[in-house]
Write a protein that binds this ligand. Sequence first.
Ligand code: NAD
Ligand code: GLY
Length: 386
Amino acid sequence: LESVVSGSPRGTTEEVVRVELGARSYPIYIGAGIIETIGPRLRERGAASRLAVVTNPTVAQLYADRVCRSLEETGFTPVLIEIPDGEEHKNLASLASIYDRLIAAQLDRGATLVALGGGVVGDIGGLAAATFLRGVSLVQVPTTLVAQVDASVGGKTAINHQAGKNLIGAFYQPRMVLADVEVLGSLPHRELVSGLAEVIKYAIILDADFFDFLESALPQALDADPEVLRRIVSVCCRLKAAVVGEDETESGYRAVLNFGHTVGHAIEVLTDYNRYLHGEAVAVGMVFATLLSEARGYCDPATGDRIRRLVERARLPVEVPRDIDAGALASAIGVDKKTRDGAVKFVCVEAIGRSRFERIEGRALAAYLTMWRAQETESAEPRGTE
Ligand code: NAD
Ligand code: GLY
């Protein structure tokens, strides 16, 4: 693992985090205003001149010109491929349309596929790169906070199936990630805040100093301050790179990144993926996991209070919505693809920056929800007068 701060070709501060995976190691470049360095960087790496840029209409309108100009100025002939915007298009039809365009453009095995967009474009573009001609080079240019701190790093690629999210996919590492924090300035505020949930997640499970930093820099992060976002993205990438370097294919430790996701994912399923953004559901899941850790005596109440306070200050939701009953939550957790023999490998908090795994059954998790709701109702009931 290596982190280097250097001057970027445009004179802005740039950081390089390396994901160390032997022959498949790669750099993550993080900086403000570095999207236009894509052409020179690919030229340096000797990429073939014909390449594809996969994106969606929203991102294309904002950034495709800058990316394609940089590529053309350095001698590339990019083919721009757009898939429709939205999680509902992270499917086989979009993937097939990418294959059709790659074949029509006669791209060969030496080609590079650049995924320019949020996690949806990154996941589907990554799967296209992993499978087209049994694998072509992949470059991730993430444009959302979720994609910069999480989806573009670590090689998970996927599409959804009617039966569930990310059911079809592959581990396929990119050759390079180019995270330009300046592009986060055009993100809808709700998307930025949703990304901050994943950022808070890294701090809770892996890095107490980073948690301290977030407590003080949260207002600037919510204002999309590029310097604060650069620091946030680089810390998160360093943390994720370390986890992935240790356990690339999630045979064990990588599951720590699922903190807040067991309950979060169940909430997304139970609200048909249309009420909460992913990070918002994860925020509820993180607070749930923290309360559970407190209830079982794994962490002290002061730790729990700090976590809840930060999540609330980020204006993220903290409670399982009342219209989800405990039984439904238990069933949704029971069918999660990570559940084995009815129990999940649940990530608990021990202290800020330290976590542990516990195998817990879905119905045991739901029983805590029932208990907390009963306690709340009790404390909200007016006391009788004598
Ligand atoms: P997204 O890709 O749907 O992007 C959110 C919205 O922001 C979209 O409408 C998009 O067009 C728009 N957008 C993107 N960049 C923009 C910009 N700079 N300015 C303005 N608008 C912009 O959502 P997401 O939150 O980035 O990613 C969620 C997806 O990522 C999910 O499918 C999830 O499964 C996946 N994911 C994968 C991993 C992984 O490890 N592979 C990790 C986390 C999430
Ligand atoms: N997003 C979780 C992981 O990459 O493992």
